[in-house]
Design a protein around this ligand. Structure first.
Ligand code: NAD
Ligand code: ZN
Length: 358
């Protein structure tokens, strides 16, 4: 059976296109009571960008802190907070920020129309009803969250996406101006998330011409951004934004692999951000992705990135065991990386050995 994927309904791309946001939202402001709920990364609280947000008096604006990766408890409390402010549902929800905020907005959109806690829906196709109209606006590029059918959340028991067709946003605004001030090394780590999505998508049993086409184009854009020292920053930002989008599209029809499985374990146990956790894991995967890892080392050097060392060696045995378990349970990633018989290739001992190198 092939999956009949849903894609984003509307995409606008180009430097300064955020200025058209008011016009785009106008179609949702149909009655005097209509309002939009904005969830915005609190890193922008005091920036000029704040004044450009098309915010009306009866809208709701919540600044969200994402120092920690999104939790199901945060999604639940934001949903309740918005519900407590109005007897009607918002006409739309907007998430402005990196992958964390985009995922939070996608999840809150679903929680308005599906009862209970978001943790009950972590998994594939558990959501029953479409969410409300959802717009996401990336201010960091690489995760592909703007286009993906998942919202990755850490719940009481696991870090796992709410994955289904309804999770795909309705509208995305891709304005390269919004990522121009993202600081290194965060820009690099999130950019490498995209690079690694492509390498993993291209190296596994689920790959196919559809996913390959997007991954190859995205990879070529990543190389321009992170290897070509002559490229103008403005052009690099445009390319990175599209690389992220294509990398995300590639994954809809393929899968991530060894690096992401390890990275989920690292983030769950050590609270490391996704981009950094990926870089730390990928750094040790020369055995599985030789060309990709060698190129990643060159990218690191060219972009003057120094990764922290010996992080896992310091943690307790219990935590290491949990990390191994979280990673091992991600069957779909291992299945893609090594095939149906992956358990014959990947042992718990091998996982321990890999983690201890990080
Ligand atoms: P992020 O959203 O976690 O943000 C990282 C840091 O950068 C935060 O401190 C944030 O405040 C700051 N920031 C964001 N934009 C900025 C800007 N323009 N200028 C200055 N600072 C800025 O980072 P991310 O790497 O984009 O997202 C990681 C999250 O995305 C993780 O939670 C991960 O699980 C998720 N993710 C989701 C998908 C998906 O398909 N849904 C895919 C990959 C990763
Ligand atoms: Zn990723």
């Amino acid at each position: 059976m092939y999956r009949n994927f849903k894609t984003v309904d509307n995409v606008i791309f180009g430097k300064g296109c955020f200025s058209q946001f008011e016009e785009i939202l106008a179609i949702k402001r149909t009655t005097p009571d209509s309002f939009i709920a904005f969830l915005i990364d609190d890193v922008f609280t005091n920036s000029d960008f704040r004044g450009k947000i098309p915010f009306y008096d009866n809208d709701i604006l919540i600044w969200v802190n994402v120092d920690k990766e999104p939790k199901t408890s945060l999604v639940d409390s934001l949903t309740l907070e918005i519900q407590s402010k109005s007897k009607n549902l918002p006409s739309g929800i907007v998430g402005i920020g990196g992958g964390s905020i985009m995922d939070i907005a996608k999840a809150v959109s679903l929680m308005f129309t599906n009862p209970g806690s978001s943790s009950e829906y972590q998994g594939l196709d558990l959501i029953k009803n479409p969410g409300i109209y959802c717009v996401v606006v990336p201010t960091l590029s690489g995760t592909g969250a703007e286009v993906s059918m998942t919202t990755v959340l850490t719940g009481p028991e696991k870090k796992l996406g709410i994955k289904c067709d309804y999770t795909v946003p309705n509208q995305i605004i891709l304005d390269p101006e919004l990522i121009k001030d993202a600081p290194n090394p965060q820009r690099f780590y999130t950019g490498m998330d995209c690079y690694i999505h492509n390498i993993e998508s291209l190296n596994g049993t689920w790959r196919n011409p559809f996913s390959d086409a997007f991954a190859k184009q995205s990879l070529s854009l990543c190389r321009d951004v992170f290897l070509n020292k002559e490229i103008l920053k403005e052009e690099a930002d445009e390319k990175l934004m599209i690389a992220s989008y294509f990398g995300g599209l590639s994954l809809t029809y393929s899968q991530v692999g060894v690096c992401h499985a390890l990275s989920y374990g690292l983030s769950y146990v050590m609270g490391l951000r996704h981009g950094l956790a990926n870089c730390l894991a990928f750094n040790q995967l020369i055995e599985y992705y030789p060309e990709g890892v060698e190129e990643f080392w060159i990218m690191q050097e060219k972009n003057e990135i120094e990764l922290p060392k010996n992080l896992v060696a310091e943690i307790s045995e219990d935590k290491l065991d949990l990390m191994i378990r979280v990673a091992y349970d991600l069957d779909h990633m291992w299945d893609h990386a090594f095939g149906k018989n992956w358990k014959e290739i990947l042992t718990l001992e091998k996982l321990r050995e890999l983690f201890l190198k990080i």
